[in-house]
Design a protein around this ligand. Structure first.
Ligand SMILES: *Cc1c(COP(=O)(O)O)cnc(C)c1O
Length: 406
């Protein structure tokens, strides 16, 4: 069977909308166009019913009460609302926040903003697999700590944190616990009760829903979490997030959540198989390939590999019909390699030579075979041009080589 190209293996960046999600949304873009806040006619009631169904669907996926779901424009806004909202609300109790170096920019930049405005932020360093240990968190917490924010699963390497243990450590010290679960929701079981989290961010476009819609889970009991409002206005979403609701988007998020809940066990098994096939296919054909991230505590769809003696951007260029992400940021203004890989202690060369493959619902086995062939061929070609690789193969220790210029 011929593979349709380009092959999309960048599902941690965004996912295509599931056709079933689109079907659920369409009526709300056509005849059910009402404003969910209109109380006086059926247009409003129909829109509101769509929103409330979606609220139940999202709540069910993470084992929350529907009243604990606040719709936002995506995980970036959810992270901002959770972190700034908690920090501002609890300013009297303390000014210390704990997070880690490998968080998404939506969390890191929000914390850095607060650090410029009188808050103290501890950025914990993960181990070489990307894991932060519960003891690290417990040790960092002081009686001034008001919030701990730690992602459930990392977007670049897929490492999954032991959130329940870490949240328990936070709770013993009386701090609130927020997790950016954008990459974990829909891929692994999430239970806000079992995990003991107070705030949780998620986004539709990472789970086969539309872009520009997400949610924040805000615990209502034990404790009842209170946040300072970040978006003032008409008092929508229990006053926590004003603005006319994006009804089609919300309906899409709800449908996407329901499908994930139903299909997760089977999909997760299938993607783990494809992911491991991709990893094995590449490492059986090539030497000097290392896995970034935890070998087992990892998302079923994610494999991040470093190819020694290869530059990630050149590799991506050669892989023009396989869409992936590289750990090298040469295309942007800086030459800095991925800060996530750096935090893990991966050297600059290997970080520059890294590729993230993130699989998704619509990837077929043939696409994985195609990607293996393409990656292996591309890496071989690039290494043929690499004198360093040639020397290493002949047993020369690169570190002892005396270069002409020295
Ligand atoms: C994609 C992503 C975000 C941002 O989500 P948006 O809905 O695009 O704002 C935040 N955190 C993580 C971990 C992500 O993967």
């Amino acid at each position: 069977m011929a593979v349709k190209t380009p092959v999309y293996l960048d599902n941690n960046a965004t996912t295509p909308v599931d056709p079933r999600v689109l079907e659920a949304m369409l009526p709300y873009l056509r005849e059910h166009f009402g404003n969910a806040a209109s109380r006086s006619h059926s247009f409003g009631w129909t829109a509101e019913a769509g929103v409330e169904k979606a609220r139940r669907q999202v709540a069910e996926l993470i084992h929350a009460d529907p009243r604990e779901i606040i719709f936002t424009s995506g995980a970036t806004e959810s992270d901002n609302l959770a972190i700034k909202g908690a920090a501002e609300m609890h300013r009297e109790q303390g000014n210390h926040i704990v997070t880690c170096q490998t968080e998404h920019k939506a969390v890191l930049d929000t914390c850095e903003y607060l650090a410029r405005h009188g808050f103290e932020v501890t950025f914990l360093k993960p181990d070489s697999d990307g894991l932060v240990a519960p003891e690290q968190v417990a040790d960092a917490v002081t009686d001034r700590t008001i919030l701990i924010t730690l992602m459930t699963a990392n977007n670049e390497i897929g490492t999954i944190h032991p959130i329940a243990e870490i949240a328990a450590a936070a709770r013993r010290k009386g701090a609130l616990f927020h997790t950016d679960a954008t990459q974990a929701v829909g891929k692994i079981p999430i239970d806000v009760q079992a995990m003991g989290v107070d705030l949780l961010s998620l986004s539709a476009h990472k789970i086969y829903g539309p872009k520009g819609i997400g949610a924040l889970y805000v615990r209502r009991r034990q404790p009842r979490v209170r946040l300072a409002i970040q978006m003032h206005g008409g008092g929508h979403e229990r006053g926590l997030r004003s603005g006319t609701l994006n009804v089609p988007g919300i309906v899409g998020l709800g449908a996407a959540a329901e499908i994930c809940g139903r299909e997760m066990p089977e999909e997760s098994r299938r993607l783990t198989g494809l992911r491991d096939r991709l990893h094995r296919g590449i490492t059986e054909a090539l030497d000097e390939v290392t896995l970034n991230g935890h070998p087992t505590r990892r998302l079923p769809n994610t494999v991040n590999l470093s190819f020694a003696y290869v530059e990630g951007e050149s590799l991506m260029m050669k892989l023009s019909d396989v869409a992936v992400s590289s750990g090298s940021a040469c295309t942007s203004a800086s030459l800095e390699p991925s800060f996530v890989l750096k935090a893990l202690g991966v050297g600059d060369d290997l970080a520059h030579g890294s590729i993230r493959f993130s699989l998704g619902r619509f990837n077929a086995a043939e696409e994985i075979e195609y990607a293996i062939q393409k990656v292996v061929a591309a890496v071989r070609q690039l290494r043929e041009l690499s004198p360093l690789y040639e020397m290493a193969r002949q047993g020369v220790d690169i570190k002892t080589v005396k270069w002409g210029q020295e």
